[in-house]
Design a protein. Structure first.
Length: 599
């Protein structure tokens, strides 16, 4: 029987490795820029064409490579970063695995120009699909110039599954930001075709953050700095009012390396407990500096998953550091001297006689299912009294309506009187029990279907603002805005580019209230929201974003007529059970359950 196990050719092994290391054009830029940083570059230029599909160029002024090193760098597990296994626990460089360049060369056409300062001429190396096509001396500046063309040209399945240019460009900007935010002392530029997306000069960390995310962003940041024997935590966290429902910039770095760490993310959120609204996220950029021997970065080829030896201790340090920053920001309370027209709250006097006990009046003959049968119970004090319970035939238990498309018949059998609980829920008596409606989610469903229909029918009319307002975006947000700008115009928005990621808001859809700047920022931050069965197209996502920005918020007090109108509009929707993103809008507490609770 012949042997069946054999060694894979290098070309096949490199393509297998490339499946983990090189996932999209952003992965190529990440690996090449990190190599440039490790080479001591002070200026790095990145040029892309067609979001990296056609061409990616990374040019640096680092120390360069010799002729032999240039050829050897494209061999698997060839690296200048480590020599022994023990070096993995004393890493001071971004790369160390020796897989990036051979993985790139396995799925693209690569041209390298490089020269060291001591050499008179440099080296030009051309590789395609792991095969060296030519190597020759050439005149070139000190450093490296990588040109990667036709990514995944020999892996058509991978190339077919690349996203649109707008999505891939957004991924490139995200990967680029994760590097430039760590090295403010290095100058970076990023060009897409003939457009300059970023031009970042060297400077301080706060200046780099401002250059990346916009001038307004630095005004909402609070400094964080704590030094302990275990490690150092520095950086910035956002003020509570800067928290967003989506699109908050959140970055964690350790020893100059970006990382994803849900445990530390939860630590930051715990410090904001009761300071920000439910479902919102605060921005933060936090930098850990710990001993290399106390972390393990060799978990995944992308090197974003990192294990810490003193994880729980760092959790406590992080929470304390963020709370300290927030405490110093909020330590001087604001004093409001404007008391005109406010009720006079008397000072408590223990010797003063108590007033008469409040009384409750009610009509025991009141039936919520019959209009005009009596008046509703009136609450006149702080004590409660309820009429004697009358026996009623038990109704079958019900939670949500089985058919979300056809409005259920119980809308005609509900009580005309509603009760708002804690500014969040609307409670209404219905035939089968007590219906509880989430007012924000009900408004979200109503407005979403309204805006989606109006956009499809093109009946949304622009309403010009009295004075155009300027709104600034980071480069990643500006790229998302440019991608959805045609749909925004159809919805009634008019925006004019002012350059540098700034836009003038000239008009918003008629009938939409609120701050135009906050409205546009909210829509752009949620424009890349993942799709759901009910939200698939870009127009649907924009309609949902607009509905979120204009829906009835929690805490808003509604009159009985407003609650009645909200419920009637909800039952006119195509789906009364769930919001477009799949959250429950209402629930019914059956009469039988109420009787069991009180029995």
């Amino acid at each position: 029987m012949s042997d069946v196990i054999q060694l894979l050719p290098d070309t096949v092994a490199n393509q297998i490795a490339a499946g983990e290391v090189i996932q999209r054009p952003a992965s190529v830029i990440k690996e090449l820029v990190e190599n440039a940083v490790d080479a001591g570059a002070r200026h790095i230029d990145v040029v892309i064409v067609d979001a990296g599909r056609t061409s990616i160029q990374v040019i640096d002024d680092g120390k360069g490579m010799s002729e032999t090193d240039a050829r050897l760098a494209f061999e698997r597990h060839a690296t200048s970063k480590i020599r022994h296994a023990d070096d993995l626990f004393a890493l001071h460089t971004m790369g160390f695995r020796g897989e990036a360049l051979p993985s790139i060369a396995a799925v693209a056409q690569v041209e390298l120009l490089t020269r060291m300062a001591d050499d008179e001429v440099g080296t030009r190396l051309v590789i395609a699909a792991s095969k060296v096509l030519s190597q020759e001396p050439v005149a070139c500046p000190v450093g490296c110039h990588f040109k990667v063309e036709n990514l995944f040209y020999n892996v058509p399945v991978r190339r077919k599954f690349l996203k649109s240019n707008a999505t891939e460009l957004n991924n490139i900007l995200t990967a680029f930001e994760r590097i430039v935010l760590v090295y403010p002392d290095i100058a970076f530029t990023l060009h897409s075709g003939n457009s300059e997306l970023m031009n970042l000069r060297s400077g301080s960390l706060l200046q780099r953050i401002t250059d990346v995310f916009g001038k307004h962003y630095g005004q909402d940041l609070l400094p964080v700095e704590v030094k302990t024997a275990v490690g150092t935590v520095t950086g910035f966290v956002g003020k509570p009012e800067a928290a967003k429902r989506k699109g908050a910039h959140q970055y964690l770095f350790v020893n100059g390396r970006y990382m994803k760490h849900p445990y530390f993310h939860k630590a930051v959120l715990s410090a904001y407990e009761r300071l920000i609204g439910e479902g919102t996220q605060p921005p933060y950029l936090l930098y850990f500096d710990v001993a290399p021997a106390d972390i393990d970065v060799n978990i995944h080829p992308t090197k974003t998953e990192i294990k810490f030896e003193n994880e729980q201790l760092l959790w406590q340090i992080l929470v304390a550091a963020v709370k300290d920053a927030l405490g110093r920001f909020c330590e001087v309370p604001a004093i409001d001297f404007d008391t005109e027209g406010r009720p006079d709250i008397p000072v408590f006097d223990p010797h003063r006689e108590a007033v008469d006990t409040p009384r409750v009046t009610y009509n025991p003959a009141y039936n919520p299912f019959k209009t005009g049968s009596g008046t509703a119970a009136v609450y006149t004090g702080q004590t409660e009294a309820t009429p004697a319970r009358t026996e009623q035939p038990s109704a079958p238990p019900s939670s949500l309506f089985d058919d979300p498309v056809a409005p259920p018949s119980l809308i005609t059998e509900k009580s005309p009187v509603h009760y708002q609980y804690k500014g969040r829920y609307i409670m209404t008596a219905v035939k089968s029990g007590l219906m509880i409606v989430d007012q924000y989610r009900a408004s979200l469903r109503i407005l979403y279907e309204k805006y989606r229909t109006q956009t499809a029918d093109r009946v949304l009319v622009p309403q010009r603002v009295l004075f155009p307002e300027a709104v600034s975006f980071s480069q990643a947000e500006a790229a998302r805005l440019e991608a959805v700008l045609p749909q925004l115009s159809v919805m009634g928005f008019e925006l004019t580019s002012l350059g540098g990621g700034s836009y003038a808001v000239n008009a918003i859809p008629a009938g939409v209230d609120g701050d135009p700047v906050a409205l546009v920022q909210s829509i752009v931050s949620e424009s890349d929201m993942p799709g759901t069965p009910d939200v698939t197209t870009t127009t649907d996502r924009l309609a949902l974003s607009l509905a979120r920005a204009t829906a009835v918020p929690y805490g808003q007090i509604l009159s009985n007529d407003e609650m009645e109108g909200l419920i009637n509009q909800l039952f006119a929707c195509s789906n009364v059970n769930y919001t477009p993103d799949g959250r429950a809008v209402l629930s019914i507490l059956p009469q039988t359950d109420i009787e069991q609770l009180l029995g």
